[in-house]
Design a protein around this ligand. Sequence first.
Ligand code: BG6
Length: 518
Amino acid sequence: MNIDDWNSGQEEVMVCRLDTRSKKPLPCTVVIFGASGDLTQRKLIPALYHLCREEQMPDPFRIIGFARREKSSESWRKELFEGINKFGRTRPVSTEEWDEFAAHIEYYQGNFDDLSAYQGLKEVIAAAGQRELCENLLFYLAVSPSQFVEIVSNLSRAGLLCRREKCQGGWQRLVVEKPFGKDLESAHRLSEELSEYVAENKIFRIDHYLGKETVQNIMMFRFSNSVFEPLWSRQWIDHVQITVSENLGVGARGGYYEEAGASRDMMQNHLLQLMALAAMEPPVSLDAESIRDEKVKLINSIQMPFDENIVRGQYLAGKIGEIEYCAYRNEEKVNPKSNVETYVAAKLFVDNWRWAGVPFYLRTGKALPRSVSEIRFQFRKPPHTLFAAQCGATLDSNSITLRLQPDEGITFHINGKVPGASTEIRPVRMRFSYNAEFGAYTPEAYERLLLEAIAGNSTHFIRRDEVEMAWRIIDRIRSSWKGKDLKEEEFYAAGTWGPAAADQLLRRSGHFWRSTLD
Ligand code: BG6
């Protein structure tokens, strides 16, 4: 049977909808702090625009941009219009389409440290008149983490944010961008400081990977298919490889990256989240706390890695395709003697019944040959009988790859006979492709996450204990480099797959990084 038979209804397709009971979210006002920043223009406004176009936004809704720069609502809308035509996923956007959405947007100029600006903001919010628009408030902090506490304390003083878990009247929520802290201690302190003004259940810590369609599918794949779950353990899985590679350098973000490096920018959040989803136990229910409890348990069970299981690297000049890249140390706003890692790989073990002894190899880096995010489960080799006895190491083991981006899909590698008179076995692929099955519709992660924050669903946001557990591991990783300059062998040319030590890390256990083209 092919997809057309399914689609034409000749074959019954059993579709289970989990969200039939969810209602359209209540009217609200979204206040974006850092309104003139890059994130607002590239991600937040395009996401809100698409939600509005697809009639997913509450009715009515308002968006207020709060920032320091002097400008009018009109000029902000104009900037945002240019932005959406550069970054939106359905560009070009016509003026008519835009104007309908832009009617919901206003700009409010104020300094983050000026309490009177928040009192003014309160008046602007109240001017809407409609009760729900004035009481249901989503504050999006698209600003540097050092400004979180100042903004939140002023919101609280101005009476715009109530501290308790449940407050009378409407709801208020806070969405905060990463990085949440720079190590365990600062993340802990930040949560403590925020907790003076706002309850934990109102803080939505964003990790945009959790809003990706394919990342959300990890749970569906694992827990709605009985065929795979029995194989998901040390008994059958030999090791796991998680790759999030990017074929770009740091570009204009050198200043930020000097503070972050790959371990804080990517490993602390995106990679550890992927690992948690790929390896956690089935949650008791689909509610946010049950899922987050399981992720926390998994992250908590990761053993602190030994120094020899940690690799860092930094890119030198090189070529990716036809494009020449300069060395990281020559990028804008980067210290020419910088020791910041643009690549990190680690071999991690999970101390629990299911995964004991199974290596999880994680790697991420900038200026690598391709941009790919995937999780590959490599199964154990067949026992040494029949074909394996003759083929030895040349008989590959099976694997399942969850390709998160691009070419979203799932590939199952199995062995098959090459047709013909000779007897040859080689790996063949069974592939499910999102595009082929569902068409090319992939909403941006920010669309889903913004909508969930508006609806008050915190499943795909990071809880305080989760952030802190993840920092424990990153602190351990970073401590192995403390006070040590990068050694020659830790550099890699842009356009290669990282330093040689990353290959040795796997080779020591008889493994190798699998091709992401596979
Ligand atoms: C961000 C990092 O969180 O994720 C960036 O700060 C990185 O450095 C980006 O480029 C990658 O996200 P995506 O969705 O393009 O894989």
